[in-house]
Design a protein around this ligand. Structure first.
Ligand SMILES: [Zn+2]
Length: 232
């Protein structure tokens, strides 16, 4: 479940739809936690799905370290990537804001830890842009993301947490957030390629296909900070 003070907006340009904050959100706020409505599919189940379903997973799902496919049921699925992401994982399927988020600001996440087998050119515009995002980025850059998380964890208790009721059902994550255990390193959430589900639809897919997804650049890139915004 995603933080309630986020909305989906068409911010134009090559990005199109994006998650934006509808009001200021302080660093240390839990922004997403896996919940009972999210769909978790074993990779063997995914292999038996027909093309329209696999295309949806290919566009929106991320992969657990065990190779399970996770489809978020709400706005969380629309988060765009940034190499200077606003959200990072504390482990146990919970993400936290690693800096303050202004009203109207795009809420970005880090695709390098989604365990997807993509390799795409990034146009996020961040000063630390890696220019290419790869499946195994968490093994090379995860220590940087881990440091960002460690710096904001002490803020958790001091800010409003609208997802508290969801977190109550994720005791391991709560242990991290409340300082009883350290967060697992990002590299520990890596799923090797041999365990990744095959999300590519068969080439002969015919009637019933959903429209082709936009290009990798538009799917996974973000624009500069918003100056004005029409919330949809
Ligand atoms: Zn980038």
């Amino acid at each position: 479940m995603f933080h309630p003070h986020a909305q989906l907006a068409d911010i134009g340009g090559e990005v199109g739809l994006a998650l934006v904050a509808s009001r200021p959100i302080p660093a240390g706020t839990v922004m997403w936690a896996l919940c009972d409505f999210d769909i978790i599919l074993d990779r063997h189940v995914v292999a038996d799905l027909s093309p329209p379903y696999r295309e949806i997973l290919d566009r929106y799902a991320f992969i657990s370290p065990d190779g399970d496919c996770i489809l978020q049921w709400d706005l969380a699925r629309f988060g765009n990537h940034s190499c200077d992401a606003v959200l990072h994982s504390v482990g146990f399927d919970v993400e936290i804001a690693v800096r303050d988020i202004a009203a109207g600001e795009q809420i970005t996440t880090e695709y390098g830890n989604l365990n997807r087998d993509f390799h795409f050119a990034c146009a996020c515009g961040a000063r630390n842009c890696r220019t290419h995002i790869r499946h195994d980025d968490s093994l090379h850059f995860g220590h940087v993301w881990d440091e960002q998380v460690a710096q904001v964890l002490p803020l958790y208790r001091g800010v409003d947490q609208p997802l508290a009721a969801v977190l109550a059902r994720r005791p391991h994550a709560l242990d991290v957030l409340e300082g009883r255990r350290p967060p697992p390193p990002s590299r520990s959430m890596y799923c090797p390629a041999s365990r990744l589900p095959d999300l590519s639809p068969p080439p002969e897919a015919g009637p019933g296909r959903i429209p082709a997804p936009p290009s990798a650049r538009s799917r996974y890139s973000v624009t500069m900070p918003l100056q004005s915004l029409d919330i949809v």
